[in-house]
Design a binder for this molecule. Sequence first.
Ligand code: TPP
Length: 700
Amino acid sequence: MPESTVHRPLVVSAVDTDRLAVDTLRFLAADMVEAANSGHPGMPMGAAPMAWTLWSRHLRHDPADPGWADRDRFVLSAGHGSALLYGLLHLFGYDLPIAELRRFRQLGSRTPGHPEYGETPGVECTTGPLGQGLAMAVGMALAERMTHARYPELTDHRTYAIVGDGCLMEGVSHEAASLAGQLRLGRLIVLWDDNAITIDGAVDRACGDDQLARFAAYGWHTEAVPDGTDIAAIDAALTRAKDDPRPSFLAVRTVIGHGAPDVAGTAKAHGSPLGADQLARAKELAGWTFPPFTVPEQVAATCAVLAGLGAEDRADWLGRFTEFAAAAPRRADEFARAGARTLPDGLADALSGIVGDAPRATRQSSQACLDALRPILPELVGGSADLAGSTGTAFGPVVRGDDYAPTAIAFGIREFGMAAVLNGISLHGGFRVFGSTFLVFADYLRPALRLSALMGQPVIYVLTHDSIAVGEDGPTHQPVEHLESLRVIPGLQVLRPADDAETALAWELALTRTDGPTALILSRQSLPQHDTHRRAPQPTVTPRPAAADGPGAEDLVPAPRVTATGKPSDAAVVGSPPTADDGAVAVAEPLIGEEHRTVELVATGSEVALAAAVAEKLRADGHLVRVVSVLDRTRYSPDPSACTVSIEAGTTTAWAGVVDLAIGIDEFGHSGPGAEVMAHHGFTVSSVLARIRDHLGSAR
Ligand SMILES: Cc1ncc(C[n+]2csc(CCOP(=O)(O)OP(=O)(O)O)c2C)c(N)n1
């Protein structure tokens, strides 16, 4: 295997080419911002030399195949400097023509304001929310080591990130960098654009951290490069970093807006166009005589040669992969299958095998799912923010700095860091990932969850202790608004199962989804198993002729949205097992032939049992009652002919717009035994019944 630390020789008269290439990057960025009349020229102008040094001499990538599994990863954590990244991608021959650079920040361009994963070839992750890029880079570096432990023949790459002062001030950088140090992620190299300036002014107005000491304390190799224009010094520091077994942090001293005579070194260079005059003077000072958006031929030729070296690297790797596949076809298939995010056969059966008779908390049902998945889904990795036992996410031994073979990761008490690292692992590819904490602490990880959704990454969030029924820990630990606040995140699949069968289905839905995240919302308290979710044969409802003034039998059998399978032939089957086709499952059917208006009780998770008990009472009152367990609310639409009532131990805001009567909790909970707290907030059969009777009475 070739040594990945290979030092790229520069092919064309190095010193001149370096200077020219750096100026090309600087002025491409400044031209982009100028053309858009919006953007951030300062960071690219200051950081161009370190970016060029890295890309020209160290980064191993093939622009012809941005998805090559063994490429080095590059993350621009200071995402506002996107113009720098677009310049690099253009120079090295990614599918990003100069016309796209001219359309910087325009609607529909491949050069959005901040780098967006999936929009631009070569962009490894979406950055802009400061600090998260660094944390995702940690995830990528961890994924590299974990892949290497499984496929040493196929994996030997590095992860590089450029971070700014803002990234380092953000809390998530502390969480992720600390974890990286502990896990000895030696293939992670971070360059800090140390320009001492942020948007509002000098960094030292708010932060005086000794960053080198900080990273050294995390167990990183650290080094300062006092002159960020000194390519030889940056190059040497990178070479030493690659040789060090620890993750590396290089503090590269730069000047924001380098070369812009009046604004360099000031916050004015951060986030506004330089203006025609300032840009013209900067170009004049640099001796840059080309028209806007010019790439000098010497630079283009050098980049083409460098890209060719990357193509050779990839060809080498493909050769090794072919040999590997011949020698170990089954492992090669496994590698390819995991990379493609396809699932092995037998997954649904393994999951449905966890369904039992005994009551248990859905967090325990979920643990049973994970236990069932572990032997058949080797690419599934994940862990918890120190709540593996409580959240039902124990997953075997944990990875350590000297052993990356395990499938479990101890993230420590770092929810945000966990979620961002999971994004990084998922983006790296080759793994399916999950992470867990209490639902109430989803707020701590929300910014990374939002990025999972924005980037379309199938990260599975296991969020337990899902209501005030948590009990004694009190309102600090009792989610109220959280479930609804997750449902409003575009692209996030939110599933709240009611029992074993629905939990198994929820895991299946989460895993079959490859283009977005899922939140599994699970109970702390024990829940009954609903008979109607059994796989055993169930009696069928015999259709009756429609009554003249009442609902016909066809109205009473579950509509596809509430049937188990969604298949017309099964529509009348009461109690078919739920399947991945349908997230909303009928758990109890209406009585037939009554003259009252149908009452549709819609509940999720732990409240399905409560709804079923309330339904019994309402039936005794003579009502037709249907109970619908809504695993995924997006799949529920109310029966327009029924009186619909939602029962969910959380905020009613959204339910109120969906159903006729929304029963929930719109205040903080209380400390006390769970059942008592639930009762205090009206979650008993009698309280719910009284509210529904009241509603039905006044609605008459
Ligand atoms: C989480 C988050 N908070 C705030 C911002 C807004 N913001 C963008 S850049 C920036 C200042 C960053 O300073 P620095 O990293 O030093 O970048 P430089 O000024 O060197 O370009 C801020 C506050 C953001 N993008 N993300």
